[in-house]
Write a protein that binds this ligand. Structure first.
Ligand code: CTP
Ligand code: MG
Length: 374
């Protein structure tokens, strides 16, 4: 069964007030018309897509049957119906202004029309209290919202019945295609609609669409860091924020906790704030013997001053000793607390190779993801 989708995009967008046809305004790089065409095509790659456009409109999406619309939405739909291919049996009518309606919504409408051979509209329950209001603006009556539904597009119909309905009812008495269909005495089913299929009518609607399409990762940055310390000659290791009294301590100006130091470097690098050496200065007495907490909290504070906060951090420890697994959870908790975001800790040996493999020290590498504050 061949399907056509008529996308009405011929309106002028008066209420949006941008002095341009609404359907040809871009949101996140694509026009509303293009977004609607893309969703329809994804739902049914073989469907005929009819795009009803303002007179003289350029920059049309490719692969569509373009036709000039009329002075009203009703006339624009009629113009679309007039150019359907002969073999079309199911017709969907969609407002380009509902540009975020998903391909899945189109698919569900098409399937339901095929099942029922009746009209199908997506609908949502009404959540606001609804009142009847008189010309003076006074509430005259409360309306029972349980019998009401807010309907959306795409609306789907058997082609022959929709054409007959459009031919038989007076234009402009009805503000959507389901109304035309019902006025012609036909049945219309509802299926669950989508919140994102809202109609872009006013500026706040356009801003909502922009916000929904803004990449969630905007402003996110990553950084990596590495630190290596050789073992000294005394017991009492500090590693991954934990004290390991039975293990050889690492040598260094601070406590030598290479995992903590790698985390500091990763955080600073993500915000382009240099590295741990630049932050503390190797002869600064404040950091003599200091634990990882001091460095990590200082790095996070510098990050915040620069307008960022950590999202998450991973750190991998390279060395033969100590065995991390039994204390991994504990290390993750301590480090996460210092960073203020989840830190995952893993460990590996280096197959006997290099300084770590020879058991001369411990290295760590870390990756930090950060995002703008707020
Ligand atoms: N539409 C159309 N032809 C018209 C009027 C409207 O194709 N003569 C289309 C619009 O392009 C839109 C859909 O019908 O995709 C729903 O209409 P609406 O949201 O009212 O859009 P506009 O008429 O463009 O906006 P306004 O009423 O604010 O001018
Ligand atoms: Mg309008």
């Amino acid at each position: 069964m061949t399907t056509a989708v008529i996308i009405v995009a011929a309106g002028s967008g008066t209420r949006l007030g941008l002095n341009r046809p609404k359907a040809f305004i871009e949101v996140a790089g694509l026009t509303l018309a293009q977004r609607s065409v893309d969703a329809a095509r994804e739902a049914d790659p073989l469907a005929q897509i009819v795009l009803v456009v303002p007179d003289g409109q350029s920059n049309l999406p490719t692969g569509v049957t373009a036709v000039t619309g009329g002075a009203t939405r009703h006339e624009s739909v009629a113009a679309g119906l007039a150019v359907l291919a002969d073999d079309v049996e199911v017709v969907l009518v969609h407002d380009a202004a509902r540009a975020l309606a998903s391909a899945n919504l189109f698919t569900r409408v098409i399937e339901r029309v095929r099942e029922t051979n009746a009209g199908v509209v997506p609908s949502l329950p009404v959540s606001d209290a609804i009142k009847r209001v008189n010309a003076e603006g006074f509430v005259t009556e409360s309306v029972d919202r349980s019998v009401l539904a807010a309907v959306q597009t795409p609306q789907g119909f058997p082609r022959a019945e929709l054409e007959a309905a459009y031919a038989s009812v007076r234009a402009d008495d009805h503000n959507d295609d389901a109304a035309v269909f019902v006025a012609a005495g036909r049945q219309v089913h509802t299926i669950p609609g989508e919140a994102v299929a809202f109609k872009i009518t006013t500026l706040p609607d356009l801003e909502r669409a922009q916000a929904l399409l803004a990449p969630v990762s905007a402003g996110y940055r990553i950084g990596s860091g590495t630190d290596v310390h050789a073992f000294g000659s005394t017991l009492g290791l500090w590693l991954a924020g934990l004290h390991w009294p039975e293990e050889l301590a690492l040598a260094g100006h601070s406590d030598g906790d290479s995992a903590s130091h790698a985390i500091v470097d990763a955080l600073l690098a993500a915000a382009n704030l240099g590295d741990i050496g630049g932050m503390v200065g190797t002869d600064d007495p404040r950091f003599e013997g200091a634990h990882g907490e001091v460095f990590i909290r200082e790095a996070v504070s510098r990050l915040r001053t620069a307008g960022f906060e950590p999202v998450n951090v991973t750190v991998q420890i390279l060395g033969n000793q100590p065995k991390l697994a039994p204390r991994r959870e504990e290390a993750q908790q301590v480090l996460s607390d210092w960073v203020g975001a989840p830190v995952s800790v893993s460990a590996t040996t280096t197959d006997g190779l290099g300084l770590m493999g020879e058991g001369k020290g411990i290295a760590a590498t870390a990756t930090a993801l950060i995002k703008p504050l707020g």
